[in-house]
Design a binder for this molecule. Structure first.
Ligand SMILES: [Zn+2]
Length: 389
């Protein structure tokens, strides 16, 4: 049994901090959360003056197999299974030490991310909880085709989705449009017909698995929403010469409760993204504010690994960027990376510090409810009730 004490606590749900908290945990679960509560006689006590306790952070969009170099694809393609596993372990460990206790990998090479998730012991390295998509479903020569998830036509798409689910993926990722990092792929190109996306959604839902769709282009976003996707990745409404947000579609996204992960987050001072991305990024603040104002469920996720700006511990910068761009309060931005992210990932026992929840907890110096940069002053990481940092 372990009792944590600090100056304040953000529970992942409310807008105000609890003062003088005591959190008692046992067997990987939170037994109680109280203000000034007594510490059980048999509990080991960890007292952190000046610190804030909060749920372990969740990055809903990472690529553990990408090494955050200028060209992450070449080493990814060249690596054999053992080297790739080593890279993924290293990246996952880096996330964990930054207080990210759950990651959702939305695109790995073949089934490598499932192998990592399921590997016993993980070579002695403690890793965050992992939810994985395996290889994204994509069109022939489409975005990230080199990950191994190529399928087209309703029948083949259903078969591919079923095979991934039988192998145990937590989520289906589908590439609704092209992407910037695949040579020959155009982010404005819509890769699938509505009926193909719908086939994937129906097949996945029949097995209780959600589908999230990568979509840059406005028309790809519309197609994914029409087809019943559960989530959208990027979703910046790209058109030929900029972005063109469409209020009716945004209202539809909000009404249907579709999760939107705008993949924000970059280490300050990093090299800029490709010109087409940078140009549209500068236009995205109004869109973010509008989505938030219209009630879209925005979740934190970074696309960690795809460039030097996005190492696997970049999430704190993504939370700050989202707060600024969408004009969210700090509490709202923190919820997007805790309770809201947990709900998006289908793990509602995570992302909140309440009795009965999983004991994935971090302590940071200072108060992230007033200064989000405090998220980088990680003082303790508790995973499954055990201290890993
Ligand atoms: Zn991605």
């Amino acid at each position: 049994m372990l009792a944590l004490r600090a100056d304040r606590l953000f529970d992942g749900l409310s807008s105000v901090a609890l003062g003088n908290p005591t959190v008692v945990i046992d067997e990987g679960r939170i037994l109680s959360v109280s203000s000034g509560g007594a510490v059980p006689a048999d509990a080991e006590e960890l007292v952190m003056p000046g610190a804030t306790l909060l749920p372990g952070l969740i990055d809903t969009h990472v690529h553990l197999g990408f090494d955050a170099s200028q060209d992450p694809v070449s080493p990814f393609l060249a690596a054999g299974p053992a080297d790739l596993l080593a890279t993924m372990r290293e990246n996952a460990a880096r996330a964990l030490s930054a207080g990210i206790t759950t990651v959702r990998d939305l695109g790995g090479k073949g089934l490598s991310t499932l192998d990592l998730r399921d590997a016993a012991g993980n070579g002695g390295v403690r890793l965050p909880h992992m939810l994985v998509a395996g290889p994204p479903i994509t069109s022939p020569d489409g975005h990230c085709h080199f990950m191994g998830g190529v399928a087209d036509g309703e029948g083949k798409i259903r078969t591919a989705v079923r095979a991934l689910i039988e192998r145990g993926v937590d989520v289906i990722k589908m590439m609704g449009t092209g992407g910037s990092m695949t040579p020959g792929s155009d982010p404005l190109h819509v890769q699938f017909q509505d009926r193909e996306i719908r086939a994937a959604v129906e097949e996945a839902h029949a097995h209780g698995v959600p589908v999230t769709v990568h979509a840059h282009a406005r028309d790809g976003i519309r197609a994914a929403v029409r087809a019943g996707a559960d989530g959208l990745e990027h979703a910046k409404f790209w058109v030929a010469d900029g972005i063109e947000p469409d209020p009716a579609t945004i209202d539809d996204i909000a009404r249907r409760g579709v999760w939107v992960c705008p993949t924000m987050g970059a280490v300050p001072g990093s090299p800029p993204p490709p010109a087409a991305v940078a140009k549209r990024l500068a236009l995205a603040d109004d869109l973010m504010r509008d989505m938030h104002r219209r009630g879209v469920r925005l979740v934190a996720g970074t696309d960690a690994g795809i460039s030097p700006a996005k190492p696997h511990d970049v999430l704190s910068f993504g939370i700050e960027e989202m707060a600024r761009a969408a004009a969210m309060s700090n509490a709202e931005a923190l919820r997007s990376a805790t309770s809201v992210a947990a709900d998006c990932c289908g793990v509602p026992a995570k992302g909140r510090l309440i009795a009965g929840a999983d004991a994935d907890i971090i302590a940071v110096g200072g108060d992230p409810l007033t200064e989000l940069g405090a998220l980088r002053a990680v003082r303790a990481v508790i995973l499954n009730g055990a201290r890993v940092r």
